[in-house]
Design a binder for this molecule. Structure first.
Ligand SMILES: NC(=O)c1ccc[n+]([C@@H]2O[C@H](COP(=O)([O-])OP(=O)(O)OC[C@H]3O[C@@H](n4cnc5c(N)ncnc54)[C@H](OP(=O)(O)O)[C@@H]3O)[C@@H](O)[C@H]2O)c1
Length: 264
């Protein structure tokens, strides 16, 4: 009896979500791709983007609830225009999910790696998030969620990956600014989420370095969906990383800069 109530509840939730539409940028692999699976399983209609056209088509051919695709390079000037096209093709947007990002261990301070990271995680990020924010502002009649993946790497400066750590700090800060801006302007329908994972087992960290405490990407996506549903503004995944961040924030700067900490 209890089981059938639960099934009915789940079916009702899925039906309710079916009218909801999510846009996922950086959906061709890793956490973004897992979010596609989690959201469509929960009944969302999803529009996806990334630079790899063939991957987008492959994903859509396997999943009927992926209703639209768009090839977008977020570092390009025309990326906002393509985002609006994707929103149109998807039939609207209730959730903007930004997973696109790059990062390198770069102790040699290779300029090309640093500048690519800035172009993607700062310039690309800002133009996409601002476009999504403006879209939600133009549609005050619906509840909206704007969720972005930063990293725990933004919570302290990490010398092994200067641009990565700094650009993730930028994202942490930007989301705080937008949250305050919503209060200043009396905007109540836009819910903002800054998602901060620790190491996640994706192509992103398959660079030959050793990364401890790796998280399963599907479980990470489930935690993210749960956090968004619970309307949490900062979502640090998982509890071990919450503990780690708590303790490393207590380390004074003079000591912190002398520590050998790896990052991603
Ligand atoms: N894995 C980790 O340990 C970890 C930890 C903390 C935070 N994160 C963050 O999580 C996010 C997702 O990473 P992931 O682990 O899922 O890695 P991933 O598998 O490498 O996914 C990165 C995604 O970003 C897209 N992307 C990169 N540059 C882009 C651009 N210029 N325009 C559009 N899309 C672009 C890629 O798609 P295309 O190549 O098709 O464009 C891909 O879909 C990143 O922001 C990363 O910083 C990851």
């Amino acid at each position: 009896m209890e089981k059938s109530y639960l099934c009915n509840y789940k079916t009702m939730q899925a039906m309710k979500n079916r009218q909801k539409r999510a846009i996922i940028i950086g959906a061709t692999s890793g956490i973004g791709l897992e979010m596609v699976k989690v959201l469509t399983a929960q009944g969302w209609q999803v529009g996806i983007a990334g630079r790899r056209q063939e991957r987008l088509q492959q994903i859509q051919s396997k999943n009927l609830d992926v209703v639209a695709t768009e090839c977008i390079d977020i570092t390009k000037e025309d990326a906002p225009k393509h985002l609006l096209t994707l929103i149109g093709k998807t039939g609207g947007m209730n959730l903007y999910f930004h997973s696109a990002g790059v990062g390198y261990q770069n102790p040699a301070l290779d300029m090309e790696k640093e500048m690519t990271t800035v172009a993607t995680n700062v310039t690309g990020f800002t133009q996409m998030v601002d476009t999504a924010f403006h879209y939600f502002m133009a549609h005050p009649d619906r509840e909206a969620h704007l969720a972005v993946i930063s990293s725990i790497a933004g919570t302290r400066g990490l010398g092994a990956a200067p641009a990565y750590s700094s650009t993730k700090r930028y994202i942490n800060h930007y989301m705080e600014c937008l949250t305050q801006l919503c209060h200043i302007r009396g905007i109540h329908h836009i819910h903002l989420h800054d998602i901060r994972p620790g190491f996640v087992r994706t192509a992103f960290i398959a660079d030959g370095h050793h990364y401890p405490l790796q998280l399963d990407p599907h479980r990470v996506a489930l935690s993210i969906a749960k956090g968004i549903q619970a309307d949490r503004s900062i979502i640090t995944i998982d509890w071990r990383y919450r503990l780690l961040v708590f303790f490393w924030r207590l380390v004074p700067r003079w000591l912190w800069v002398r520590l050998k900490v790896a990052s991603k």
